[in-house]
Design a protein around this ligand. Structure first.
Ligand SMILES: *[C@@H]1O[C@H](CO)[C@@H](O)[C@H](O)[C@H]1NC(C)=O
Ligand SMILES: *[C@@H]1O[C@H](CO)[C@@H](O)[C@H](O)[C@H]1NC(C)=O
Ligand SMILES: *[C@@H]1O[C@H](CO)[C@@H](O)[C@H](O)[C@H]1NC(C)=O
Ligand SMILES: *[C@@H]1O[C@H](CO)[C@@H](O)[C@H](O)[C@H]1NC(C)=O
Ligand SMILES: *[C@@H]1O[C@H](CO)[C@@H](O)[C@H](O)[C@H]1NC(C)=O
Length: 441
């Protein structure tokens, strides 16, 4: 077990442990890199873009009940916006991971802060700016838990900063609470809690070790949900769940107590006859086990829950992996860029599993509601939104160093990940409205 009581430390370890999947170094240990890099991110043949129509039938559409229009938040374009972000990281209520505080780390170009997401739809389809008061009203007396990897943490830290940006009295600001196994915040004025559970596989698993004091591969137990978050299910009213970035590395998968398959471990004897070429089936199983566990736990106690599955967030390493891949763009891509390759496959699995889980949840009436929060396309279009070298303070203060560490996975705060929370707010509006309608019936 790693430092369970200190999620900050755990996430930091993730950062350091995963140079391959998350951050490219010049000097990444070689055996993993070769197989890693041969999986072409953008050239896996079949484009897996789900068409606008197809996704129009899914839950990422938020219909405005007063209008006959509907907005497709999962597709659109980034347009210039003078207003800029709601926060800048200097507030005492906004405590973000230092590696994502790009402004404080001296990122010179600020243009990435002045864009907003314009969803597809008719002209009156706009994504409202995040309104902290509205969000707090909607989560009054509720506990919203984020479960996932460090990108999930990235999102909740954005949310905490945005909630802390209002000018109301400090009882409406998120305040850190001590809680074993999660990072937790309480909002006194609304009796609401927010939390982050670090669980990159969602199921039980041991992360591979970068040092030689543990295996260099993940051990993932596909048929056991991770108790770290599942033991607190009773207390959760809304769960924002995600996965992906920890899967594309050497792994052993276990089912029913024995090895079911191995990824990228050609030399390991235990893996004979168990080799698989990709992680898509294991990822699907992990997500299914997580969603099934939520449905079972809540249905058995007759408790309500809203589950939001946030789709995969693409990374943007460019250039040769062994020459310090980086993300140097300083503008969003135009809409022509398609979600494809690994990004598209993971996203499609997530959409499919949400549909399957919705079917299962049907028999419990409106008790368990599932939604997809499809951010893959809007994230894909923002190569400019990552810390890149500004994951560290003033990386070029002494000239250009020999080894530049780049983060092209997480997002600067403030930055495009703030938009995810604007979409989250729209989804929560829709869900809460639904519960009220149910209650009145
Ligand atoms: C939309 O989804 C519903 C239920 O999942 C299905 O019955 C219907 O045929 C779908 N419509 C389209 C246009 O795909
Ligand atoms: C539906 O939308 C169209 C186009 O936006 C508009 O012209 C029409 O008046 C709307 N109808 C209703 C009933 O709101
Ligand atoms: C951050 O925001 C505060 C308050 O809005 C403002 O006074 C300060 O100048 C900002 N700092 C930067 C670096 O933009
Ligand atoms: C928020 O967390 C505190 C401390 O764990 C707990 O006492 C309280 O009941 C929680 N409130 C909600 C609405 O979950
Ligand atoms: C609010 O501000 C008061 C006075 O500055 C302070 O005593 C109190 O601890 C603050 N409460 C929170 C929740 O930060």
């Amino acid at each position: 077990m790693m430092g369970v009581t200190n999620p900050f430390k755990v996430s930091y370890t993730l950062f350091v442990l995963f140079p391959v999947a998350l951050i490219l170094f010049y000097y990444v240990p070689l055996p993993f890199i070769t197989s890693q890099i041969k999986l072409p991110y953008s050239s896996i043949s079949t484009p897996l873009m789900v068409s606008v129509r197809a996704s129009s039938n899914s839950s990422d559409i938020i219909e405005d009940s007063n209008k006959n229009s509907s907005c497709d938040y999962s597709n659109g374009k980034w347009i210039h916006d003078q207003r800029g972000p709601l926060y800048n990281g200097t507030s005492k209520y906004c405590k973000m991971k230092k590696n994502q505080n790009c402004i404080a780390n001296g990122r010179p170009n600020k243009e990435y802060l002045y864009w907003r997401w314009k969803p597809n739809g008719n002209d009156d389809c706009n994504l409202p700016r995040f309104d902290p008061r509205t969000f707090l009203q909607l989560i009054r007396n509720r506990h919203v838990a984020f479960v996932g990897d460090s990108v999930s943490r990235n999102q909740i830290e954005s949310l905490i900063c945005m909630l802390g940006s209002n000018n109301d009295d400090n009882s409406s600001k998120p305040k850190r609470l001590y809680h074993k196994g999660s990072r937790k915040w309480n909002i006194v004025s609304h009796n609401a809690n927010l939390s982050f559970y670090w669980s990159p596989f969602l199921v039980r698993g041991d992360m591979r070790s970068k040092n030689n004091n543990g295996p260099h591969y993940n051990k993932i137990y596909l048929d056991h949900v991770n108790e770290r978050w599942s033991r607190d299910l009773d207390e959760m009213d809304m769960i924002v769940i995600s996965l992906g970035h920890w899967f594309d590395v050497p792994s052993i998968y276990y089912e029913s107590g024995s090895i079911s398959s191995c990824l990228k471990l050609p030399q390991l004897g235990d893996c004979n006859n168990h080799h698989v070429n990709d992680f898509y089936d294991p990822l699907r199983k992990a997500l299914r086990v997580a969603l099934d566990s939520i449905i079972e736990a809540k249905a058995s106690k007759n408790e309500k829950v809203d589950v939001i599955v946030r789709t995969y967030s693409p990374s943007h390493f460019q250039g040769d992996w062994n020459k310090g891949g980086s993300c140097l763009d300083d503008k969003p891509y135009g809409g022509e860029k398609q979600v494809e390759g690994m990004d598209g496959k993971i996203r499609r699995i997530e959409m499919e599993e949400v549909e399957i889980a919705k079917e299962k949840a049907k028999e419990f009436g409106g008790l368990i509601r599932l939604e997809i929060m499809d951010v893959t396309k809007l994230a894909l279009l923002r190569p400019d939104g990552h810390p890149g070298p500004y994951m560290n303070p003033y990386p070029f203060a002494k000239g250009v160093p020999e080894h530049v560490q780049n983060d092209c996975v997480h997002w600067c705060l403030p930055g495009p990940i703030d938009t995810w929370n604007e979409i989250l707010l729209e989804i929560v509006k829709k869900l809460v409205q639904h519960h009220h309608q149910k209650a009145e019936q």
